[in-house]
Design a binder for this molecule. Structure first.
Ligand SMILES: Nc1nc2c(ncn2[C@@H]2O[C@H](COP(=O)(O)OP(=O)(O)OP(=O)(O)O)[C@@H](O)[C@H]2O)c(=O)[nH]1
Ligand SMILES: [Mg+2]
Length: 373
């Protein structure tokens, strides 16, 4: 298919993907990404010792037990304080096993073919011996199960595939809350041995930034429309893209897909490169026919190789961890402040609203008092 980049390495017949080094297929990246095995100096103070039941759950999870995995994710999603404490203890046990997957973010406008693509691409990967987890960030979803579950008809094969694990977006709450739980789910699927994680989001809000903040690689999926679909894609989203998938490159839509691919290539050309080690690629795909999937996977592998070789990938993950920590600190502080100073906070807010005090002065006053305890 036109626009397909050549694959980096020879692929042997059969369903084993030999282009992926063995230790990666086994679920461990090049060591750079796995966390050091040394114990945290702080962990024992912040969470209780794990119970035997929790140790069993961790053992089952790291053994690849899907039910244990689902249970562990549910534990992390729970708002109950005792569940949160258990989740923290669980993370202490499994954290050294995380980091081993290639983390692919996938975003695109409604109807671009995200679900159809994930079904085809995920099945393509499990057919090559990979274990594929599909997660989602959908903060708008109040429906139980979120969009992925509603879309399971489009992921029929994958949802029955024993080498795949599909988890809908945590529902409700702020984008930050949803993203945090998806991030934790990502670590848990890694601990369970999944070596490819796909994090999906619909490309209509801030959620693609949240996905890009936790993925190694950001893929944007577009479909040919009236020829002007690129205008609908915000420049900021295009800037995030490491790979652009132009889907529906089949039948009558093929010429329009080729034009859209050329447009995307042109648009990318004028953007400041995100990485000194990678030039974003455009790939034509037909998710429906299963075409172009090799090219996408080839792109992901070359991307990973380029960023690993330069040290950029581990640097990216370290920066993501630091940003995650900063956002957790902010979230925790705000929550603690609301709990401790709720009345005063509301009183100050009322004064800010009516212009009696400036927002900056009110915030300083509140925080100063709070820190004094
Ligand atoms: N011709 C063609 N149609 C496709 C292809 N991929 C998806 N479609 C069709 O496009 C429509 C939308 O596909 P979905 O996979 O549901 O798209 P989505 O991006 O998941 O949509 P939302 O979940 O609503 O955001 C469906 O009717 C698909 O059958 C393709 O490769 N070729
Ligand atoms: Mg969908």
């Amino acid at each position: 298919m036109a626009g397909e980049p050549p694959l980096g390495r020879h692929r042997s017949p059969g369903n084993v993907d030999n282009s992926w080094p063995k230790r990666l297929r086994a679920g461990h990246l090049d060591g750079v990404l796995t966390l050091p095995m040394t114990k945290s100096r702080f962990a024992p103070e912040t969470s209780p010792a794990p119970s035997p039941a929790l140790e069993k759950l961790a053992a089952q999870l790291t053994g690849g037990d899907r039910r244990a995995l689902a249970k562990a994710i549910t534990l992390c999603e729970s708002e109950r304080a005792d569940h949160q404490a258990e989740a923290e203890a669980l993370f202490r046990l499994v954290l050294p096993r995380t980091g081993g997957a290639i983390r692919l973010g996938l975003s695109g406008p409604p109807g671009a073919g995200k679900s159809t693509f994930i079904e085809a691409f995920g099945s393509f990967l499990t057919g090559r011996g990979h274990k594929v987890a599909v997660l989602a960030i959908d903060p708008s979803s109040r429906r139980t199960g979120g969009s992925i579950l509603g879309d399971k008809t489009r992921m029929e094969l994958l949802s029955r595939d024993p080498a795949a694990f599909i988890r809908p977006s945590p529902s409700g709450g702020s984008l930050g809350g949803v993203a945090r739980r998806t991030r934790e789910a990502m670590l848990l699927v890694e601990a369970a041995g999944f070596d490819v994680v796909i994090i999906e989001t619909v490309g209509v809000g801030q959620s693609e930034t949240a996905v890009a903040d936790m993925a190694d690689m950001f893929m944007l999926i577009l479909s040919p429309g009236g020829g002007d679909e690129l205008q609908g894609i915000k420049r900021g989203i295009m800037e995030l893209a490491d790979l652009v998938i132009v889907n529906k490159a089949d039948g009558d839509l093929l010429p329009a897909a080729r034009r859209a691919a050329a447009d995307a290539q042109g648009a990318l050309h004028f953007l400041r490169p995100k990485s000194p080690n990678w030039t974003p690629e455009v790939v034509l795909v037909s998710a429906l026919r299963g075409e172009g999937l090799e090219a996408v996977w080839g792109g992901a592998q070359r991307y990973r190789a380029a960023l690993s070789a330069s040290g950029e990938l581990s640097q990216l993950r370290r920066a993501q961890n630091a940003a995650w920590f900063a956002s957790e600190v902010r979230g925790n502080l705000e929550e603690a402040l609301r709990r401790a100073a709720g009345d005063e906070l509301r009183a100050l807010e009322a004064e800010v609203i009516t212009g009696k005090i400036s927002a900056a002065a009110a915030a300083r006053h509140l925080v100063r008092r709070f820190l004094k305890g």
